[in-house]
Design a protein around this ligand. Structure first.
Ligand code: NAD
Length: 471
């Protein structure tokens, strides 16, 4: 495989490494120490045009391949990614500052998604149904949507590419991947690896800033589907713009996820899960537990253990100076019981931070910070906990810690979210499970699982009418 240069990242269009047509680049810095990592193609509408044209040119032929063949290619690709997991994890560590352990785990998760999607090649089931008319059979079959724009966040780059790109191309679509400007290395590597297995133009990668690459991609008439993972603010903009031309849009957005600790919880376990849910990946997870809702009877003990744990928690840097400053300014005036300070070292590190006495209707309670910050709330009982969990513009994931099956079931039923976890963390999905949220966490689609097939295919109903007169 031709390995893209780390210091100079180009777009991948129709199988070629190409610089931005303007010749412009931007600097990608290492979050861990602020040093220069790469110069990256700073693309604009002209580069988007070329990438969409390449994807469109490849789509018709790609769609004629059988699902079995496309599944086999996805499997080969996933195997190749597995073989190079160390190499790709190194790139992710450099571009995000996360631990090697996390980067390896994420790479493995991306591989698993490839294996799951590849298996669909032997299924991709449709349905047959009866009719009110005699001699008529109806088949519901899945067809590719066409050209897909895949726009993703920086937080877990490999799973973010895999969650979209594997099902998209498996279903017979071709794609333009717009990775986050913060993770160009892993995207360049992933694009190159795909090039080894997929026909030219099936996957194209366009680097650059959201404001410069996003609009021409979202508004392009040659793009049939926009599949987006990122903030609610960007998602809202995309839905509006793509909606004007009635393109299909799938949005996977943010969260302000709550973890509830009841008075009958195993406190040690609840604290461990709270710390991991709030602070792993420096809190930059859509499913991060940014609200901890604790029963009055165990509040003081839980708080003391949590604060001690937070002080010792090893979290990574946040992704950029801008992100760090945004989070710090949001903390101004808040009651901080642990952390809250910028760590005295190069790069963009914030201490794991715990807040309390934050009104539930305040900006801090309602806005996703996407950093290592969590808020403690005190409640009297389960009814109050459920009301607080649901008092949020978001509804992605939630967790409850309790020894009571009754409480767990009541909570699972009442929580207005897409994922509930009992006695664990507010974590994400596995490849075979759908993942997504309600309210401002999404628009009803589910990624991963067989649910992803609904994003990347359209149903077509084929009516077969046999004329009984003709034998
Ligand atoms: P973001 O919205 O700033 O950016 C996401 C992507 O959109 C980036 O590639 C960016 O360049 C691009 N973009 C920005 N403006 C655009 C525009 N006008 N048109 C098109 N594209 C544009 O989000 P982020 O900071 O990268 O990621 C953090 C957010 O992502 C959080 O809200 C987090 O919860 C969410 N997220 C959600 C999930 C999920 O599955 N629900 C998973 C991971 C992250």
């Amino acid at each position: 495989m031709h390995i893209p240069s780390i210091s100079d990242i180009a777009n991948l269009i129709a199988g070629q490494d190409v610089r931005a047509s303007s010749g412009r680049t931007f600097e990608k810095l290492r979050p861990a120490d602020g040093s220069l990592l790469s110069n990256v193609a700073r693309s604009d509408a002209e580069d988007v045009e070329a990438a969409v044209a390449a994807a469109r040119a490849a789509q018709a032929d790609w769609a004629t391949r059988t699902p079995v063949e496309r599944g086999q290619l996805v499997r080969d690709l996933a195997l190749a990614l597995q073989a190079r997991r160390e190499e790709v994890a190194d790139l992710v560590v450099q571009e995000t500052g996360k631990s090697r352990e996390l980067a390896l785990g994420e790479t493995d998760a991306a591989v698993e998604m490839g294996f799951f999607v590849a298996g669909e090649g032997r299924r991709l089931y449709g349905r047959t149904t009866t009719s009110a008319m005699p001699n008529r059979t109806v088949m519901a079959t899945r067809r590719p949507v066409g050209v897909a724009a895949l726009i993703v966040s920086f937080n877990t780059p490999l799973p973010n590419y895999a969650w979209k790109m594997f099902p998209a191309v498996f279903c017979g679509n071709t794609a333009v991947l717009k990775p986050s400007e913060h993770t160009p290395l892993s995207a360049a590597f992933f694009g190159r690896l795909c090039q080894e297995f997929l026909p030219t133009g099936v996957l194209n990668v366009v680097h650059g800033f959201g404001a410069e690459v996003g609009p021409p991609l979202v508004e392009h008439d040659g793009v049939d589907l926009v599949s987006f993972t990122g903030s609610a603010a960007t998602g809202r903009w995309i839905q509006e713009r793509a909606g004007r031309r009635l393109a299909k849009v799938c949005l996977e957005l943010g969260g302000k996820n709550a973890l509830v600790v009841c008075d009958d919880a195993d406190l040690e376990q609840a604290v461990d899960w709270s710390l991991a849910s709030a602070f792993s990946n420096a809190g930059q997870r859509c499913a991060a537990a940014s609200r901890l809702v604790v029963f009055d009877a165990v509040y003081e003990e839980f708080r003391a253990r949590l604060v001690a744990g937070a002080r010792n928690y090893e979290t990574g840097p946040v992704i950029s100076e801008e992100s760090l400053e945004r989070i710090r300014s949001a903390l101004e005036g808040a009651t901080i019981v642990a952390g809250g300070e910028r760590v005295d070292r190069a790069g963009w590190w914030l201490e794991p931070t715990v807040l309390e006495d934050v009104p539930p209707d305040s900006d801090l309670s309602c806005t996703e910070l996407f950093g290592p910050v969590t808020i403690l709330y005190r409640v009297a009982d389960l009814d109050e906990a459920i009301a607080l969990v649901n008092d949020s513009p978001y509804g992605l994931t939630s967790a409850i810690h309790t020894a009571s099956l009754h409480r767990a079931m009541r909570f699972a039923d009442a929580a207005q979210v897409g994922v509930v976890v009992v006695n664990g963390g507010t974590h994400g999905s596995e490849p075979h499970m759908g993942f997504g949220g309600v309210k401002q966490s999404g628009t009803g689609w589910r990624e991963a699982g067989v649910e992803a097939l609904d994003v990347y295919t359209e149903w077509k109903y084929v009516n077969l009418i046999a004329d009984p007169g003709k034998v």
